[in-house]
Design a protein around this ligand. Structure first.
Ligand code: FES
Length: 257
């Protein structure tokens, strides 16, 4: 982990309230691993409000160009400030931090599962897995068509299965109604969903309960991100863990049973 100064090269509003920010930050681009997070300062260098950094995932990386992207959903003062930054501005980023996704070297078929904006937790994993010549399928659930993550942001090799609750785009339904079709194909499953959904998937499918088969991302507000404040402690099957240090990725058997 180290402190980076990233220079914004582009800020695109991909739909109302959602921005894709591209940054030149070569050292981070070459070190960040999928599932790790960064703590991003969300105010001018001379300001102190908001005081707390925001935990964000790197959305994608172009290592040769030294570029990383952030996908920002505006839902508060910090993300609102970030969304207003233009090309040439700099961001103060601490990272990469935490324990990310671990996909066995023998896995050939990787199944990703996401809900809503949590898709940003697996986009870099999809990119890296393709670079390692895995086949990647992403099952992504959204409330409605207007919320759907644009397919153009994914590498074209990813099989992208869109589900919407109201059927306005893709298949109507929920993750449980689709997941069973893909599990026999998958060698590993990585779930970027709420803990409630992770628990439901774990209890609904025996295969999700297999050893070293499924992992889940645990989201929690992070204050210090250093293991000092203990505000991110969560109960797991093997005892109390800190999301900032032991996670945010855990074996699903830790989170869900
Ligand atoms: S955020 Fe402080 S211990 Fe995890």
């Amino acid at each position: 982990m180290r402190l980076y100064t990233a220079t914004i090269t582009r800020n695109s509003e991909i739909r109302s309230g959602v921005h894709l920010i591209e940054m030149h930050v070569p050292s981070l681009a070459s070190t960040v691993q999928p599932g790790q997070y960064c703590m991003v300062r969300c105010c001018h260098p001379s300001a102190t409000d908001p005081l707390l950094r925001r935990p964000l995932f790197i959305h994608s990386v172009q290592q040769a160009q030294g570029l990383c992207t952030l996908l920002i959903h505006v839902h508060g003062r910090g993300t609102s400030w970030l969304a207003q930054q233009r090309a040439g501005a700099t961001l103060d980023i601490l990272g990469p931090m935490g324990h990310g996704w671990e996909v066995r070297s023998t896995a050939r078929n990787l199944l990703l599962v996401s809900a809503g904006g949590l898709i940003v937790g697996v986009t870099l994993l999809a990119q890296q897995a393709l670079e390692q010549e895995l086949a990647v399928t992403l099952i992504a659930h959204f409330s409605k068509a207007a919320d759907v993550y644009p397919p153009a942001l994914l590498p074209p090799e990813v099989e992208y299965h869109i589900i919407t609750s109201d059927g306005s785009l893709g298949q109507q339904g929920d993750i449980v109604s689709v997941l069973g079709n893909y599990l026999p194909w998958a060698d590993a499953v990585c779930c970027s969903v709420s803990r409630e959904t992770a628990t439901l998937l774990y209890s609904s499918f025996e295969r999700m309960r297999g050893r070293q088969f499924a992992q889940g991302l645990m989201l929690h507000p992070l204050v210090c991100a250093s293991g000092a404040c203990l505000t991110c402690s969560v109960d797991t099957y093997s005892g109390t863990k800190l999301v900032c240090r032991d996670g945010p990725v855990f074996d699903l058997r830790e989170l869900a049973r």
